[in-house]
Ligand binder design. Sequence first.
Ligand SMILES: NC(=O)c1ccc[n+]([C@@H]2O[C@H](COP(=O)([O-])OP(=O)(O)OC[C@H]3O[C@@H](n4cnc5c(N)ncnc54)[C@H](OP(=O)(O)O)[C@@H]3O)[C@@H](O)[C@H]2O)c1
Length: 299
Amino acid sequence: MPLRILVAGAGGQLGGLLVRELRRGGHEVAALTRAALDVTRREQVLERVGKLRPQAVVNATVFGVEESEEDPKTALAVNAFAVRSLAEVCRSSDATFVHFSSDFVFDGAATSPYRETDRPNPGSVYGATKLLGEVYAQGAPRHFVLRVESLFGNPEGKSTIDRMCVDIRAGRTVSAFYDRTVSPAYMADVAAATRRLLEGKAASGVYHCVNAGFTTWHELAMELTRQIGSPSSVVPVSADGIASKVFRPKFAALSNEKLANLGIELPSWQNALSRALAAPPSGATPIPSSGVRPAFPRS
Ligand SMILES: NC(=O)c1ccc[n+]([C@@H]2O[C@H](COP(=O)([O-])OP(=O)(O)OC[C@H]3O[C@@H](n4cnc5c(N)ncnc54)[C@H](OP(=O)(O)O)[C@@H]3O)[C@@H](O)[C@H]2O)c1
């Protein structure tokens, strides 16, 4: 059965891909950019989302890592209180809520991939506000909190991995951390997993939605040069040598086993890289916002 799905933050890199994936899956999607729905304005959220009566709301909005450290008030507003409003409207309209969170809820002191049952301990404003957002998201009776990290595979090439691909394809030297470990997430796989969760009957909860396995940034860059067949050299650098105001977890690998046990398997990050490299580099059309008019037929 096609669903009526509202995507908030449709102008973002993941939001845009989600809109395409959900429409491709036959669902009716109201793609709302910030201009159409400012998620920090509770009255607007209750009124506009309430009027549209979606069967599911997907929140792909975020106030970013560096910005959050500079402006904690806005970080709280976007990453936490807005999530509370969205969960509230999902509760009153009986809609499923999908919310995206982050590996930054962890402190990075682990030595094996984090599971959903591991205790969060954020070390940054961003991580703390994302954790609070997770708590609020769980206020919606049917909810999926999907922790993602190191997203890549956007046709516009905005992410660190996408920019690395551009440099390596051009034969330029790249520097990459040998002492920071991640489980990258291919956005096409995240979008497909989100669609399948919305279409299925999985239990509400927190899920790690990343590709299988983990890697240091240096290993990842080496794998890219291998797959691209580029003569680029990759310089290993230590994250300790980089001045940063923001705490970033050193070991941020996430286990995606809980999703895999539902039959939603995200392949290895190496496999995901090869599919991302084979995908057309650009040509994606911007996501048109559905505006503030109802995008769904009223029953
Ligand atoms: N990127 C990663 O590697 C990564 C890692 C871990 C977790 N995540 C999570 O994944 C999700 C998607 O991230 P992303 O990288 O796709 O983000 P993104 O590209 O930065 O997009 C975020 C979108 O949120 C919108 N937004 C911000 N404030 C808003 C507001 N008040 N009302 C409505 N829209 C607002 C932005 O609109 P404007 O364009 O108008 O600013 C932007 O379109 C987020 O939950 C993030 O925490 C991402």
